[in-house]
Design a protein. Sequence first.
Length: 274
Amino acid sequence: MLTLLPTPIGNIEDISFRALRVLEEAEILLCEDTRIAKKLLHLLVERHGLRHHIRTFISLHSHNESETLQSFDPSFFDRNVVYMSDAGMPCISDPGALLVAYCQEHGIDYTVLPGPSAFSTAYAASGFLSPHFIFYGFLPHKGKAREYALQALLHERFPVILYEAPHRLQRLLDELERTVPDRPLFAAKEITKKHERFFKGTAAMLKSEITGPLLKGEWVVILEAAPSAAGVSEISADDIERLDLPPRQKAKLLAKATGKSVKECYEMLLKSDG
């Protein structure tokens, strides 16, 4: 069978007893980067007494996942196969979803171990009160795609969780200061690691605190939900229609502001353009 195994996102002590047992029973290891996987196993041997017998390491990452799976025969999974990403939970802003779909298609038994995940850890640390949230992951890096995605997320009625690289964090804070200067934000740096830090406030406040060496490291940024339904409705339908957005994105915003379905709003926009 296949086991999807989450790995520590920074602190090696976050490995579970169950994960160690699965690795000891594993015959084949699928992983994003074989070098990182071997380094992690070496640390687990040293610090937790792991006794594994893995001899076959196969790289399976976002650029080769589809091609590699096409080369497999379902009988490949007659052995104990483990898939793990470099850090965190497989399939969550990491490869693995195609592998799960392959197992479902071919009737292969699989299971997923619970374990470390940056977005849920950050939300628990954020202090936001909503029992619901939206996990988005990484925004598009540039251009209109990034602008459209961010505009849509700023109108969500639940907190939105983003991942961001250190060299793009300053840009994200600039964008948020420009568009939602009063919106509360939470930023978590290097979760579970030695230099873990938490920051909360407006974009301007975070920009003043997160400078120089503090920018280094991986970040989770959480945007507080958009204002309540009453607040959202203060943005008129006419205001939204004037936005420079594709019809489908505009229809989603109109639906939130008017209470109509996205389909109704989309058809209305197409008629008005016609």
